[in-house]
Design a protein around this ligand. Structure first.
Ligand SMILES: [Zn+2]
Length: 71
């Protein structure tokens, strides 16, 4: 049974969960109680997870820079 890593995109809480591949992914964050959990893959093959968060960070930085130039 694989271990799945979850990360909450709302409060950045991280947790690990043993699940079957066929199990429904968790959604609700135990920390902030909101449905913001995103599932990565434990062990190898976490490229997708990195891609996702990398894109998010890039996007966020762009917004910040845009703000600076504007003021
Ligand atoms: Zn959360």
């Amino acid at each position: 049974m694989p271990t799945y890593e979850y990360r909450c995109t709302n409060c950045e809480h991280e947790l690990e969960e043993f699940q079957k591949i066929t199990d429904e992914p968790l959604l609700k964050c135990p920390n902030c109680k909101k449905d913001y959990l995103k599932r990565g893959i434990g062990g190898g093959g976490s490229t997708l997870q990195f891609k996702g968060s990398g894109f998010y960070i890039t996007d966020y930085t762009k917004q910040k820079e845009g703000c600076k130039e504007g003021s």
